[in-house]
Design a binder for this molecule. Structure first.
Ligand code: SF4
Ligand code: SF4
Length: 82
């Protein structure tokens, strides 16, 4: 599982990572710093890392990205064709 560490000293509280993460991994805490709330849902796309102006997060133990955008209807159709 991906491990995410937030450098709360570096975080400027822009909330870009909260808005950007497709899996709602982050929330803002009471001090308006990023808090990891659903680490297990991180698919290691590193979009948040790209967008963070302070480079305040670090992702560790990345092995394989989870497939997030699975359209089961499309997969069913494909499985009948191939
Ligand atoms: S790497 Fe992607 S899924 Fe993981 S916290 Fe960042 S934006 Fe969300
Ligand atoms: S994008 Fe970076 S600076 Fe902005 S709230 Fe998230 S961790 Fe903090």
């Amino acid at each position: 599982m991906v491990k995410i560490e937030i450098d709360k000293e570096a975080c400027v509280g822009c909330a870009s990572c909260v808005e950007d993460c497709p899996n709602d991994v982050y929330e803002m805490d009471d001090d308006w710093k990023t808090k990891v709330v659903k680490e297990e849902d991180c698919m290691a796309c590193l979009s948040c890392h790209e967008i963070c102006p302070a480079q305040a997060m670090e992702h560790k133990d990345i092995h394989v990205a989870k497939r997030l955008y699975i359209d089961r209807d499309v997969n069913d159709v494909i499985s009948k064709i191939v």
